[in-house]
Design a protein around this ligand. Structure first.
Ligand SMILES: [Zn+2]
Length: 183
């Protein structure tokens, strides 16, 4: 279902990747803006070293390395290791693994969806009470009853709170993710 969003072209043995904006937004949400800039570099090249990424982005080497390792940790980028003939040091060549990227984001969305559905069920099956003091917690009926409808934090009386808006927001988010997942 993600076939359309990631295309890879073979050009005389050179593979170029195209990651769409939606995927990049997801990368930003999960790994931060620097990861987006790294992915944007990676999608234009077959393989690249961390130093070359620094040259093209002016992101600090340490940040580039941390970002690459985080992406690598989730198999979103792959690496090959070479020994530099002159210095004897290892050189890493990084490449994007766009199929993994799509799969990873898909799984993340499934996980979020699951959490939202659990939360929706909780919201629908409980009545909530609040003291209306900023910073104090909303309590479900069962707990508020135990405190005789007096806030355990600020001691003010608690009143019933309508959670229709929360239910609406969660439902909207669930529908949006389902649509993105192609359900
Ligand atoms: Zn309170």
């Amino acid at each position: 279902m993600y076939d359309k969003s990631v295309l890879s072209l073979e050009r005389g043995g050179l593979k170029l990747f195209f990651v769409d904006d939606e995927t990049l937004q997801n990368v930003a949400a999960l790994f931060g803006e620097e990861a987006v800039r790294v992915v944007e570099i990676l999608e234009k090249v077959d393989e690249i070293t961390d130093i070359q990424i620094v040259d093209q982005t002016e992101i600090r080497l340490n940040t580039v390395r941390k970002t690459l390792y985080r992406l690598y940790d989730h198999s979103l980028v792959g690496l090959k290791r070479f020994r530099d003939q002159e210095t004897g040091w290892f050189v890493f060549h990084w490449r994007l693994q766009p199929d993994q990227l799509e799969g990873f984001i898909f799984n993340q969305k499934c996980r979020v969806l699951e959490k939202l559905e659990t939360r929706l069920e909780y919201e629908k099956s409980h009545e909530f009470y609040t003291c209306q003091t900023p910073g104090c917690k909303r309590l479900p009926f069962e707990e508020a009853f135990e405190f005789l409808f007096k806030c355990p934090a600020c001691n003010k009386p608690m009143v019933h709170v309508n959670n229709c808006h929360i239910i609406e927001v969660i439902t909207r988010k669930i529908n949006q993710i389902k649509k993105e997942l192609g359900e």
